[in-house]
Ligand binder design. Structure first.
Ligand SMILES: Nc1ncnc2c1ncn2[C@@H]1O[C@H](COP(=O)(O)OP(=O)(O)OP(=O)(O)O)[C@@H](O)[C@H]1O
Ligand SMILES: [Mg+2]
Length: 158
């Protein structure tokens, strides 16, 4: 697919992108969230979880590396692999078990464990721009494509 490029003016726009993604999420999807420190990956997950009815805090799981959320329709697993070390940690922690047809996973810093992770259904890369952030979104699977197509043309895609 042609990458979808969206400009996010402020934090509210990043939260809104998460909310739009939430509206078309289906169990089984895995979303890779790329981008340097502080580009808005956790903010996007926060917007997504709020839109799905989660009222508590959403903090990046910097030390536990994964935070599961039991949502009404499916389990949502939020990974932050910035401090991920090696394959043994992956296997010892049973991280592979978090992925499957009944859960949704969003992974910050997927490149830290790229050999262990499945192919992402949706790849979102965030960058710092002079006036906010840029989001570059690519679907790699039919399921990811369906999710993105449902977003419609809302927002300021350019
Ligand atoms: N579109 C935006 N424009 C300006 N600031 C934003 C935007 N989206 C998020 N931010 C701000 O960027 C900061 C960092 O956000 P966040 O913690 O989500 O980044 P992150 O990519 O998860 O970082 P890390 O890699 O450290 O986990 C926050 O202060 C947030 O409010
Ligand atoms: Mg983060």
């Amino acid at each position: 697919m042609t990458p979808l490029t969206i400009h996010l003016n402020d934090e509210a726009a990043t939260l809104d992108l998460g909310a739009r993604l939430a509206a078309s999420l289906k169990p089984g999807l895995y979303i890779a969230l790329r981008g340097d420190l502080g580009t808005g990956k956790t903010t996007l997950v926060r917007g997504l979880l709020r839109a799905l009815g989660h009222h508590g805090a959403v903090k990046s799981p910097s030390y536990s590396l994964v935070e599961p959320y039991a949502l009404p329709g499916f389990e949502f697993n939020h990974f932050d692999l910035y401090r991920f070390r090696d394959d043994s940690e992956w296997h010892d922690s049973g991280f592979g078990d978090y992925f499957g047809p009944d859960s949704v996973c969003a992974v910050e810093w997927p490149e830290k464990a790229s050999a262990l992770l499945p192919d992402a259904d949706i790849d979102i890369a965030l960058t710092v721009e002079a006036d906010g952030r840029g989001a570059r979104i690519v679907a790699n699977t039919a399921a990811g494509q369906r999710c993105i197509t449902q977003w419609g043309t809302g927002g300021d895609a350019r």
